[in-house]
Write a protein that binds this ligand. Structure first.
Ligand code: NAI
Ligand code: MG
Length: 362
């Protein structure tokens, strides 16, 4: 069946890395018999330039209708001084909000050939493969009441509210349990149940849900301890599930275990509709990298690995995703490196040449 794929390359290095992704999509169509119906759209600064808004209603509607959305990156100095409502990032925020992408999947995977680039000792991260599932649409970033108030005594007060309902906890925990089932069957749920009611509820509800996933080994950990354990002994983890705020911090922390921003993919999943189709957005973790944009220098692997996540999670094409992951591992192990992951004795390649090598490896 034809898989509807919307590509939003965005700004800066977005279009450059996406060009390599498209070459690989074409390879999968020609050589593996996959069939996609791909359309392109604008998001971020390029959309502001053309339409005056970072995301048009038409493009938003296309995203809602697509089986998966693949995004490059948005933003850049050209648009930095615009008012908040029409900044490039707003396009991304609207996509996340309207598609109700509540589960953010951030793998922290260390390629053997890059283990030495980690901020930690090589032996601590060799073979590391963690998946952090961060709740993305609730919690303290959205809870009401919020705002800055003037108090009668002349003080000002900044207020945010951490709230989670049972259904919000269940739906993200389900995604995490299901993922654990396809991986190492271990799930660690992270909160601060010792000092927060929302954390206590989180722990109780995840524990209840565990009844449906008896084959998964569930553990609970306080967020501060988890931050410490990620740096002390990261390989103890398989899948981690946590709220929006803690997930923001822990996923950035885990990212640094892997060395380079140019290697990190992500997926954001929404609710499944009546036909079981889940809205989904795939994007590299990095931004538009204005400092290297337009120079064919960017590492396309983060975006290519995001494509691999799309194959795996939106289309259940695990074998094809494995092919692409393995090609990336091989190319890096073969010493082909863009500037961001360059090491002594390796061959420096451009964005395009990295794409060439991936195709050869495939
Ligand atoms: P950035 O991720 O764009 O760049 C940080 C550093 O990492 C830069 O030195 C860059 O050259 C390097 N880098 C990033 N991706 C790379 C890749 N694939 N290959 C090689 N090197 C890479 O973050 P920064 O500089 O904070 O933000 C730049 C712009 O991107 C801003 O306008 C920001 O708002 C936007 N941004 C967009 C994001 C998105 O679209 N999801 C996420 C983060 C930032
Ligand atoms: Mg962050």
């Amino acid at each position: 069946s034809n898989k509807k794929l919307l590509i939003l390359a965005g700004d800066g290095i977005g279009p450059e890395v996406m060009t390599q992704v498209k070459r690989v999509i074409t390879w999968f169509e020609k050589r593996q018999g996959l069939s996609f119906s791909v359309s392109d759209g604008l998001v971020g600064g390029c959309s502001i330039d053309k339409h005056g808004v970072p995301l048009t209603d038409e493009t938003m509607a296309e995203a809602m209708d697509a089986d998966a959305v693949l995004l490059g990156a948005v933003g850049g100095p050209k648009w930095d001084n615009l008012p908040f409502e029409i900044k490039p990032e707003r396009g991304l925020l609207r996509l996340r909000k309207d598609m109700e992408l509540f589960a953010n999947l951030r793998p922290a995977l260390v390629f053997d050939a890059l283990a030495e680039a980690s901020s930690l000792k090589t032996e601590l991260v060799e073979g590391l493969d963690i998946m952090i599932v961060r709740e993305l649409t609730g919690g303290v970033y959205f809870g009401q009441p919020r705002g800055i108030e003037n108090l009668p005594n002349g003080e000002r007060r900044g207020v945010n509210t951490q709230v989670y309902t049972t259904s919000e906890i269940h739906r993200v925990a389900r995604v995490a349990f299901e993922l654990a089932r396809k991986r190492g069957r271990k799930l660690c749920s992270v909160e601060k149940a010792n000092v927060m009611e929302s954390g206590l509820l989180w722990r109780e509800e995840v524990t209840k849900l565990h009844g449906e996933y008896k084959d998964i080994e569930l553990s609970h950990m306080y967020a501060d301890n988890c931050a410490m354990q990620l740096v002390r002994q990261p390989k103890q983890f398989d899948v981690i599930v946590t709220d929006n705020l803690f997930g923001d911090l822990l996923s950035d922390c885990a990212a640094m275990l892997t060395g380079s921003l140019g290697m990190l993919p992500s997926a954001s999943l929404g609710a499944a509709d009546a036909n079981g189709k889940r809205r989904a957005l795939y994007e590299p973790v990095h931004g538009s990298a204005p400092d290297i944009a337009g120079k064919d220098l960017a590492n396309p692997l983060a975006c290519l690995l995001s494509l691999s996540m799309m194959l795996r999670y939106s289309f259940d094409l695990g074998k094809e995703a494995d092919l692409l992951d393995k090609a990336a591992q091989e190319v890096v192990a073969g010493g082909f490196r863009t500037g961001d992951i360059m090491a002594p004795g390796c061959t420096k390649v451009s964005t395009t040449q990295m794409g060439d090598e991936i195709l050869k490896a495939l």
